[in-house]
Design a protein around this ligand. Structure first.
Ligand code: KG4
Ligand code: ZN
Length: 340
């Protein structure tokens, strides 16, 4: 079977469109929104306006780069949620009109499932190893932090979750305290490379079961920095690298601790990581270390599929297409995750 899918992602602050041929990505165009940089977070109203400005050129570019004609598209996929409603509406409305215009089926995709299913994107020229069911996935982004058990492409169970902030938020908030611009995760990752992860120690949460908490860590970081600034107003400037490496280590330790408990508890040793925070070098290293020690078989996504992108929406849609699981025009976006 030969299937071409046009996929659209607009759940937060990236406008993205991709064309897939079966499991192969032909194009994956992403327009980042710089407008939020100075605000310390995504401003919803500005995000939806930017999506409106970006969506047509981004889709046009995705189809052009893929080297196909519009009439070859077999289905149009879109992110239905979770995410910012105003942002989701732009992609959803566009997908509906486009599918209607082409007289092709419409496929709705859950953003968090898509982050996980990105692991099934065809890997070119490499010894392609894909996770086998059941596997675990640590799903870490700006809005979510979950341990998910995956029994089939669309049979997933959240077995651990954050009770407050997401791990991406922990990175972003720590970055904001240090005066770095949004999103702070990639900046902390970069600065941490020349810092000492043992320089400062921050509180680790005591949370039951497989759940996470990051709000205490943020507060501990905030108070520590505030106290140090009283002693030396240049404290942040002089210690940016060490602060970054230390907060990053705390976040990664917390993530890995519960994940390894989940491995122990479920007996599942194939373990993937997905979502924006899976771009983090220290987290990727922690996965490889566990693999080297023989504790898990690690699946780390290609860097380009870690943060928000439409290729992951396309691969999820491909598996739905095979099941003829199509959406109708009444599908409306949802802001909160359905997997609770
Ligand atoms: O998956 P994603 O692109 O969007 C959401 O679905 O939320 O994740 C964005 C999050 C942000 O919090 C960002 O700071 C974080 O992922 N992030 C990182 C890195 N790259 C992105 N965090 C740590 N290290 C990175 N290299
Ligand atoms: Zn995401």
């Amino acid at each position: 079977m030969s299937i071409y899918i046009l996929a659209i992602e607009s759940s937060c602050d990236d406008t993205s469109a991709a064309v897939l041929h079966n499991r192969t990505v032909l194009s994956n165009v992403i327009a980042n929104q710089q407008v939020h940089a100075g605000f310390g977070g995504v401003v919803p109203e500005l995000a939806s306006r930017a999506h409106q400005a970006n969506i047509i050129p981004v889709i046009h570019q995705a189809i052009k780069t893929a080297g196909i004609e519009k009439h070859q598209i077999d289905a149009v996929a879109f992110t239905r949620g979770p995410g910012l409603l105003g942002s989701l509406l732009v992609g959803t409305s566009f997908a509906k009109s486009f599918a209607l215009g082409l007289a092709k089926p419409l496929i709705e995709v859950d953003h968090m499932q898509a982050h996980i299913l990105a692991h099934f994107i065809e890997k070119e020229g490499k010894d392609s190893l894909y996770p086998e069911f059941p596997f675990l996935c640590l799903t870490v982004s700006g809005g979510h932090t979950q341990i998910v058990r995956i029994d089939d492409y669309f049979s997933m169970q959240v077995i651990g979750r954050t009770i407050d902030d997401a791990s991406g938020e922990a990175f972003d908030k720590a970055a904001k305290i240090m005066g770095l611009s949004y999103p702070g995760g990639p900046m902390i990752d970069k600065l941490a490379k020349s810092g000492n992860p043992e320089a400062f120690r921050f509180a680790r949460p005591m949370i039951a079961d497989l759940d996470y908490s990051f709000s205490g860590l943020k507060t501990s970081f905030l108070y520590f920095v505030r106290d140090q600034l009283k002693i030396n107003p240049d404290f942040i400037e002089l210690n940016k690298a060490d602060l970054s490496a230390s907060i990053q280590k705390a976040i990664v330790d917390i993530l890995m601790d519960k994940l390894m408990k989940a491995v122990e508890r479920t007996g599942i040793r194939q373990v993937a990581v997905a979502g924006g925070v899976s771009a983090n070098a220290a987290l990727r290293q922690a996965f490889l270390k566990q693999e080297a020690e023989g504790n898990i078989e690690a699946f780390i996504p290609e860097f380009q599929y870690t943060t928000d992108n439409a290729a992951m929406i396309g691969i999820a849609a491909y598996f739905k297409y095979l099941k003829k699981d199509f959406a109708d025009l009444s599908a409306t976006p949802y802001s909160r995750s359905t997997a609770r």
